[in-house]
Design a protein around this ligand. Structure first.
Ligand code: DOR
Length: 439
C-alpha cells in the first residue's frame, strides 16, 4: 500500500522520458513502473501531463528579515510553489545581511512552518567573517557561501583580489559569485549619476564590467583551488572563457537574460533593470548557444523583488531586480515549445544541474529513494502571464501580458501536494534542503 500513485503521466527519469506510473511512500519515490494492480491512499490521474523532477531554483532573494515590504519567506515560497518550484536557495543580502551563525539560525527559525517549498540559505562573504566561513558553510540548511564582487542591493561586497583570495581559501564547498567589477562600476557611474534613461543601465554596467570580474574570479579560484559557481552570466565573452575552467567553475543563466533584450528598457522601463543587466541580442544568442553546447549548468531565477513604487523612482535611483521564481517554469517551458531547448535539457538545467552543483542530497531526479518532489506540467496549456497571478508581495512581473505555452499544474514536495491547478493546498510543509557535504 503506497501513500500516493501518480498515474498515467509521462515521466522524466534518468533513463529517459516515457509513460509510467510513480509510487510515493513516506515522502520518497518508492517505485517507478506499471502500478495498475497496486493500491494507494491517493491516486492522482496525470494522464496527458509530464511529471518532471522538482524544479530547484538556486538563486532567489526573499528579503526577510528587514525588507518584508518587498517580500518575505512565506510570500516568496508561495510564488515558488505556484510556479512549480519545489526548492529554493535564498540569498544573504537581507537586512541584516546573513553573515553570522546567529543570522543563519534566525533565518532557519523564521522558515519553520512558514515556507511552501523546501529551502536553504546562503551565507554572505564579507571581510569581517572570512575566518568563520569554513565553519559557517557546514551548518545544516546552508547552501553555501555567496560573494558579491560588485555592489548590488544591500551592503555585501568583496572587492579586492586579496579579500577575494582569502574568502575562497576559507572552506571547501562550491562558492556562488556575482561577477561585476566594482572599480569599473565606480569609474563609469558618472555616465548615469545625474540621471539617465534606464537603457543606460547596460552601458554603465557594460560587458567589460562582467567579463573583468569573471576573469579575475576564475584566475584566483584556480590559484587557491576552490570550486565556484558563476551566477547569472550575461555576455558572449564570458561564455567563451568559461568552458576553459570546467574543472573549477559551473555556470548559471537566468530566464530573463535568455528571454529579454535591451529593447525591454524602452517597453517596460525599470522593470527590466537588474544586475548584471539585460543586454543586446548578440549576448542573448550567445547564452542560447552556451545552453545548447552544455556550457551552462543550471537556470536560476535571481528572483529579486522591489515594489513598483520603488521601481518608479527616476533612474538610477530605481532599484535593480525583478521577480522570477514564479515565472521560471512557464517561461522556460515556452522556450521548450518554441524549440529553443529540449525537455531533457530543461530537466538537466532546473533539477539535475542545481543538485549536482551544490551536492544536494536526494533531490534532482526521479529515482527510487529520492525525495518525492515533482513539478507536474501541461506542455500544451496556453496561458497569459499577468501581474495579477504573481504572489510576490511586490506584485508584478516583467512578463505581464506575455502569452506562453507550457504551464505548471501541480507541485509536490516530499509527497505533499502543495499546489494544484493554481491553488496552494494545505499548510506550508517546506523543510531544510539537505546537502551531502553537510551530513
Ligand atoms: O538585480 C539584482 N537585484 N541583482 C542582484 O544581484 C541583487 C538583486 C537584489 O537583491 O535586488
Amino acid at each position: 500500500m503506497y501513500d500516493m500513485i501518480l498515474k498515467g503521466g509521462t515521466c522524466a527519469t534518468p533513463s529517459g522520458i516515457f509513460k509510467t506510473d510513480v509510487a510515493i511512500k513516506d515522502g520518497k519515490v518508492a517505485h517507478i513502473g506499471d502500478l495498475s494492480a497496486d493500491q494507494a491512499e491517493q491516486v492522482m490521474d496525470v494522464t496527458g501531463l509530464h511529471v518532471l523532477p522538482g524544479v530547484i531554483d538556486s538563486q532567489v532573494h526573499f528579503r526577510e528579515p528587514g525588507l518584508e515590504h518587498k517580500e518575505d519567506l512565506s510570500t516568496g515560497t508561495a510564488g515558488a510553489a505556484l510556479g512549480g518550484v519545489t526548492a529554493v536557495f535564498e540569498m544573504p543580502n537581507t537586512k541584516p545581511s546573513t553573515i553570522t551563525a546567529q543570522d543563519m539560525a534566525d533565518k532557519c527559525r523564521r522558515a519553520k512552518n512558514r515556507v511552501w517549498t523546501d529551502i536553504a540559505f546562503f551565507i554572505g562573504a564579507a571581510a569581517e567573517n572570512v575566518e568563520n566561513l569554513a565553519m559557517l558553510e557546514r551548518q545544516q540548511g546552508v547552501s553555501g557561501v555567496k560573494i558579491f564582487m560588485g555592489s548590488s542591493t544591500g551592503s555585501l561586497l568583496v572587492r579586492d583580489d586579496a579579500t577575494l583570495a582569502s574568502v575562497l581559501a576559507s572552506g571547501n564547498r562550491r562558492v556562488a559569485v556575482h561577477c561585476e567589477d566594482e572599480d569599473r562600476l565606480e569609474e563609469r557611474f558618472e555616465l548615469v549619476k545625474d540621471g539617465a534613461h534606464v537603457s543606460m543601465h547596460s552601458v554603465w554596467r557594460d560587458e567589460q564590467t562582467a567579463f573583468l570580474a569573471t576573469q579575475r574570479l576564475l584566475r584566483i579560484a584556480k590559484g587557491v583551488k576552490r570550486r565556484v559557481h558563476v551566477l547569472h552570466v550575461t555576455t558572449a565573452e564570458e561564455m567563451e572563457l568559461l568552458p576553459q575552467y570546467k574543472d573549477i567553475a559551473t555556470v548559471e543563466c537566468t530566464p530573463q537574460h535568455l528571454t529579454l533584450n535591451d529593447e525591454a528598457y524602452h517597453t517596460i522601463g525599470s522593470r527590466a533593470q537588474m544586475n548584471p543587466p539585460i543586454r543586446a541580442q548578440r549576448h542573448v544568442d550567445a547564452l542560447w548557444q552556451a545552453i545548447n553546447q552544455g556550457v551552462v549548468d543550471c537556470i536560476g531565477s535571481d528572483h529579486a523583488p522591489h515594489t513598483l513604487e520603488e521601481k518608479s523612482k527616476d533612474y538610477p535611483a530605481s532599484p535593480a531586480g525583478m521577480t522570477g521564481v514564479q515565472t521560471l517554469v512557464p517561461i522556460m517551458l515556452n522556450h521548450v515549445n518554441n524549440g529553443k531547448l529540449s525537455l531533457e535539457r530543461f530537466v538537466d538545467l532546473t533539477s539535475a544541474g542545481p543538485s549536482r552543483i551544490y551536492n544536494v542530497a536526494a533531490k534532482g531526479r526521479i529515482a527510487k529513494g529520492y525525495d518525492a518532489d515533482f513539478t507536474i506540467v501541461d506542455l500544451k496549456a496556453e496561458r497569459t502571464i499577468t501581474d495579477n497571478w504573481i504572489a510576490s508581495r511586490s506584485g508584478w512581473t516583467p512578463y505581464d501580458g506575455m502569452k506562453v505555452k507550457g504551464w505548471p499544474m501541480s507541485t509536490i514536495i516530499r509527497g505533499n501536494v502543495v499546489m494544484h491547478e493554481g491553488e496552494l493546498i494545505g499548510d506550508p510543509v517546506g523543510e531544510a534542503v539537505r546537502f551531502a557535504e553537510v551530513l
